[in-house]
Write a protein that binds this ligand. Structure first.
Ligand code: IMP
Ligand code: MG
Length: 177
């Protein structure tokens, strides 16, 4: 696929993304061996990462999804569940799979929500981490890439719902949308 004109530069190629996901999947497989791991992804951005991660994890995993909507406009962190998980997570080892952690508000909301359901353990695995914009301090268990303070698309990340299917992670031209 040739790069759309909105792309300024590729940060991580398809091969780099795949290799890094395999590394992280190996760590996860070792950590959770013999346990009952459930991967939970937030629709829609994290779905691409979840499927690639899950395929590379060498232990059996379960998957489930939820969807959120943000509201409140200028009030950050105003998040609600638009589609809940299909199944309970009580007494299970749960790994929240995120596309990107930016301010951290969304992840904090999700972790608080999931923790309230009494999982056996609860961790976070993110494809991208933009610590430069972090407001809420969080412990991140697995992170594939740290990225600079630029808007990125690809590998599930969108701009106005487009470019999720780009197989690489790219910085957008700030002036073009
Ligand atoms: P947070 O609550 O500020 O951490 O926001 C996280 C959410 O913002 C992500 O799940 C994405 O949907 C969105 N987001 C943040 N940065 C980017 C980006 O660079 N590209 C695409 N979506 C982004
Ligand atoms: Mg989005």
């Amino acid at each position: 696929m040739s790069a759309p004109a909105v792309i300024e530069r590729v940060l991580f190629t398809e091969e780099q993304v795949a290799e890094r996901i395999r590394e992280v999947a190996r760590e996860i497989g070792e950590k959770y061996r013999g346990r009952d791991l459930k991967l939970i992804a937030v629709l829609k951005g994290a779905v691409f990462f979840l499927t690639e991660l899950a395929r590379a994890i060498e232990i059996p995993v379960k998957i489930d999804f939820l969807a959120i909507s943000t509201f409140g406009g200028s009030a950050p962190g105003m998040v609600r569940i638009a589609k809940d998980l299909d199944d309970p997570i009580q007494d299970q080892d749960v790994l929240l799979v995120e596309d990107i952690i930016d301010t951290g508000f969304t992840t904090r909301f999700l972790l608080q929500t999931l923790a309230g359901r009494a999982p056996r353990s609860l961790g976070v695995c993110t494809l991208l981490d933009r610590t430069a914009r972090r407001i809420v301090q969080l412990q991140i268990d697995y992170r594939c890439f740290e990225i600079p303070d630029r808007f990125v698309v690809g590998c599930g990340l969108d701009h106005k719902q487009l470019y999720r299917n780009l197989p690489y992670i790219a910085v957008m031209h700030p002036e073009r949308d």
